[in-house]
Design a protein around this ligand. Structure first.
Ligand SMILES: Cc1cc2nc3c(=O)[nH]c(=O)nc-3n(C[C@H](O)[C@H](O)[C@H](O)COP(=O)(O)O)c2cc1C
Length: 210
């Protein structure tokens, strides 16, 4: 007899790919905890997609030009009732958060970046009317390899001003994988309960090959 496993939905919205990578990482981590996980890009959902049957959902979206991805806004608005009926988590990816977490950031700039992230996240919750059970801003990536000529120049100028990497021949990833892993484990624990010796669930075994 097979035992039905707890199903969790991981939904992401991305422009340059970092949040997709995070979606895959989160899914692997939750699977390691014993859940059955489906990962979807909200910009390419199958017709009639529904969260019915899921015990919880983790949503992740990046910020561009002061806003989270439009596809995520649309998804949350459309699935508002379903999201309100299960435990949910939201991860917000940005370079402002990278500035907050960077050890060398001057206190004034840190405070300002922290305020920017908070404002953008609050605007997203206000626009969608969604209050996730858990939320966390996460440092994203500077992906020069994905930018066109002009955008590479613009992003380098911003990076120079804010203490980010300026070598455009490479990408920079600022995500704190350990902190993210802890957040995901805590959410998994809420949905799955603590592992029992008999269920053979390895805890937090997944280490991401960065
Ligand atoms: C055109 C552009 C605009 C961006 N705008 C913002 C912004 O307003 N605030 C911010 O903190 N980060 C901003 N970022 C940084 C992204 O949030 C960061 O690179 C993130 O990791 C992108 O995630 P993705 O690869 O999943 O799209 C911007 C990046 C680009 C390329």
């Amino acid at each position: 007899m097979s035992i039905a496993r707890t199903r969790i939905a991981v939904l992401f919205a991305t422009k340059e790919g970092q949040t997709r990578k995070i979606g895959d990482y989160v899914a692997a981590r939750l699977r390691d905890s014993g859940a059955e996980v489906d990962v979807e890009d909200v910009a390419h959902l199958p017709e009639g997609y529904s969260l019915a049957g899921y015990a919880g959902a983790l949503l992740a979206a990046s910020i561009h030009m002061g806003k989270h991805e439009g596809a995520m806004v649309k998804f949350v608005k459309h699935h508002h009732a379903e999201l309100a009926s299960i435990p949910t988590a939201f991860l917000s990816f940005s370079l402002s958060e990278a500035g907050v977490e960077r050890p060398g950031t001057p206190p004034e700039q840190r405070k300002s970046s922290e305020g920017d992230v908070r404002k953008i996240m609050d605007a997203f919750f206000a626009e969608t009317g969604w209050s996730p059970t858990r939320q966390r801003p996460v440092a994203g990536a500077l992906r020069y390899s994905q930018y066109g000529f002009v955008m590479r120049f613009v992003m380098r100028r911003i990076a120079k001003k804010t203490g980010g990497g300026t070598d455009t021949s490479r990408d920079y990833e600022y995500t704190d994988w350990a902190a993210l892993g802890q957040f995901v484990d805590d959410f998994g624990l809420e949905l799955l309960g603590p592992p029992k010796p008999s269920d053979g669930r390895p805890r937090a075994a997944h280490v991401w090959p960065v």
